[in-house]
Design a protein. Structure first.
Length: 276
């Protein structure tokens, strides 16, 4: 009788433990987003894949630029919105160091190889797309949609390239809607003005939005862009790098509040936020 009772008690405890293990969901992994100043960001997916967007890590607004650049030992993809030097930044050095592959439009990819000496081995047709198109990357870990932008698209010709030092055609500028598996949907506007089709981009968790004025929309129009997109968080970028970029996060925050939006989130250079 005692043996039977002990058996029943053991079976009950085992079943309870098994039920608890099944009924308790695993903790959801986080996606990390690091801001490097200007328009440069790093995204680390829940499985550890690393993406950089417009990687001018050593821009004047980042006091930790050289240290941040040196710490980039693993980068899987570099996403480039357009060919201007303040977005091309350190991408060639990073690609040579880490083997990072370039994601951009076909025209800009060719220009990056011919004019900026981007390692051709780290490019490919599977990494290109045109506006409205989506491509799966990193075995489905991320999906990238190419979004248009209202801006210029030339690229400065680097010394030692096949053409004299000047500006050359490098396709049209754009932005990216990045969907991370088991993570957020991130819209990086690139350099742009407000345009009405922003309202059609779809569900967005984090909007990385230019606010600096002069070369892009300023704080007031950026706030209107946020109103169209309706993200859960809006992070200002492309401001304060030089004195001519007069738009400020404070002005952006004020413009958001005036239209009843409370999703603004200022990030400092080298700061990382996590999204579950």
């Amino acid at each position: 009788m005692i043996r039977i009772l002990l058996f029943l008690m053991s079976a009950t405890l085992f079943a309870s433990a098994a039920f608890a293990a099944v009924s308790t969901p695993p903790a959801k992994a986080e996606t990390g987003i690091t801001y490097y100043g200007h328009s440069a960001f790093k995204i680390v997916t829940p499985t550890g894949k690393v993406l950089l967007i417009d990687p001018w890590i050593t821009n004047p607004g980042n006091p930790n630029g050289e240290k941040d650049l040196a710490s980039l030992s693993k980068v899987d993809l570099i996403l480039l919105t357009h060919g201007h030097g303040d977005h091309v930044g350190n991408m060639v050095l990073i690609s040579k160091k880490t083997g990072a592959r370039l994601v951009t439009t076909p025209e800009l990819m060719k220009a990056a190889v011919l004019l900026s000496h981007y390692p051709e081995v780290n490019t490919g047709n599977d990494l290109t797309g045109a506006f409205g198109g989506e491509i799966p990357l990193l075995d489905g870990e991320v999906t990238v949609r190419f979004v248009p932008a209202v801006h210029g698209g030339s690229m400065e010709i680097a010394e030692g390239s096949i053409m004299p030092r000047n500006l050359a055609y490098a396709g049209f500028p754009g932005g990216f809607l990045i969907t991370v598996k088991n993570g957020p949907r991130i819209y990086h506007t690139g350099d742009t003005d407000l345009f009405s089709d922003m309202a059609l981009i779809g569900d967005v968790d984090i909007m990385l939005v230019c606010i600096g004025d002069k070369f892009t929309m300023g704080p007031r129009r950026a706030a209107q862009a946020v109103k169209l997109v309706k993200p859960r968080m809006a992070v200002p970028m492309h401001y304060g790098t030089w004195d001519i970029l007069t738009g400020t996060p404070e002005q952006f925050d004020g413009a958001l509040k005036r239209i009843g939006i409370k999703t603004g989130k200022r990030m400092n250079p080298s700061e990382t936020i996590f999204w579950k």
